[in-house]
Design a binder for this molecule. Structure first.
Ligand code: PEP
Ligand code: MN
Length: 359
């Protein structure tokens, strides 16, 4: 089987968070048989937040995964976090390995795992690090590539944060996987809505959003009795719920086949390019004004930041946004960035020459 080929149909990976017992694993596989999975997943070494939690059945569970392959014809995948995990997984015919989010954060660790795969032809999926750092994620991909691993995919599973107001367990920060795809247009990126959502009821909406954004596949945790699961009990779906989710999923295409629609899109894209060029020109003009103000402030010995002026800018721009049916929060966010850049440029002007040694 060939993995990570860019295709019309999304790749679907499902199975329990952890392989708990032989019965649990085989009954999940039996119930998922109609789902036409690309890969059956199950963790056999589990990275748990606190000691004393169930940490997986290790090698014994790899034998159950072999049974799943034989009985149901699924290709299988598991998480590896140590060199000996890789050795054992390969000895037990695991088809695809995945690197967990807590491993991707550690370059030493990733390097060791990559080196253990030198000369081994096994596909590897690399979850994003728990912290929102696209370079660290890409760096992990590079370590495996440099070790000669050819078939690589990325898994977006969201990012940790202490955001009490968010309904999600891990923040999706969609801009990060989108940036990775911009850097690597040919990289296969799979979304893991289970670990983003953290709650069963939110899995379907995150899965659909991933499809709307053009992700190449989904990895969804599935358990025959999720409430009693030994790990991630709140987010796993019953197999029937997964089948229902898949049947309702709307898969979107990157480009329109209908010619009239695609020329309409092309026309709209050209208009958007023109508007964007104007936006960037206007920003350059605004910065130029701000630099001229910086020179005046320097001459008059005035502070760069003026709270009254900033308040006035926020009030007038938000009011204008409201009139134009734009979200004032969006405009405020944008203006914070613009204002920040103005201040940075003016500070450069104020500081230029001030501390230089004169002869
Ligand atoms: C998992 O897939 O069960 C898992 C532990 O994932 P993550 O590394 O994303 O937390
Ligand atoms: Mn899990």
């Amino acid at each position: 089987m060939s993995f990570f080929r860019l295709a019309e149909e999304p790749m679907i990976i499902a199975g329990p968070c952890s392989a708990e017992t032989r019965e649990q694993l085989l009954s999940t596989a039996a119930a998922l048989k109609p789902a036409n999975l690309t890969l059956f997943r199950a963790g056999v070494w589990k990275p748990r937040t606190r000691p004393g939690s169930f940490e997986g059945n290790g090698e014994e569970a790899l034998k159950w995964l072999q049974e799943v392959k034989k009985e149901y014809g699924f290709a299988v995948t598991t998480e590896v976090a140590e060199v000996h995990h890789i050795e054992q997984a390969l000895r037990h015919d695991v088809d695809v390995l995945w690197i967990g989010a807590r491993t991707t954060v550690n370059p030493f660790h990733v390097q060791q795992l990559a080196e253990a795969l030198k000369g081994v032809d096994v596909p590897v999926m690399i979850k994003n690090p728990v912290n929102p750092d696209v370079d660290l994620w890409e760096g992990a991909l590079e370590r495996f590539e440099r070790a000669g691993v050819k078939k690589i995919a990325a898994i977006h599973r969201g990012f940790s944060s202490y955001q009490a107001s968010s309904p999600y367990r891990n923040q999706p920060n969609w801009v990060i996987p989108i940036e990775l795809k911009r850097r690597r247009p040919d990289l296969y990126i799979i979304c893991d809505p289970s670990h983003i959502a953290g709650k069963r009821d939110l899995v379907a909406e995150v899965a659909q959003k991933a499809m709307d954004m053009g992700f190449d596949g989904l990895m969804i945790e599935t358990h025959p009795d999720p409430e009693q699961a030994w790990s991630d009990a709140a987010q796993q779906l019953r197999p029937e719920a997964l089948l229902q989710l898949l049947s309702r999923l709307i898969v979107r295409k990157q480009s329109a086949e209908d010619l009239s629609k695609s020329s309409e899109l092309e026309y709209l894209r050209q208009m958007m390019d023109t508007v964007d060029t104007e936006i960037v020109d206007l920003l350059a003009r605004r910065i130029e004004l701000s630099e001229r103000m910086g020179l005046v402030k320097k001459e008059c010995n005035l502070t760069v930041y003026n709270p009254d002026r900033w308040r006035e800018i926020v009030e007038t721009r938000s009011a204008q946004a409201l009139k134009l049916r734009l979200s004032p929060e969006f405009i405020l966010d944008l203006y914070e960035k613009i204002h920040h850049e103005s201040i940075r440029r003016q500070l450069d002007i104020l500081e230029a020459g001030d501390n230089s040694v004169k002869d």
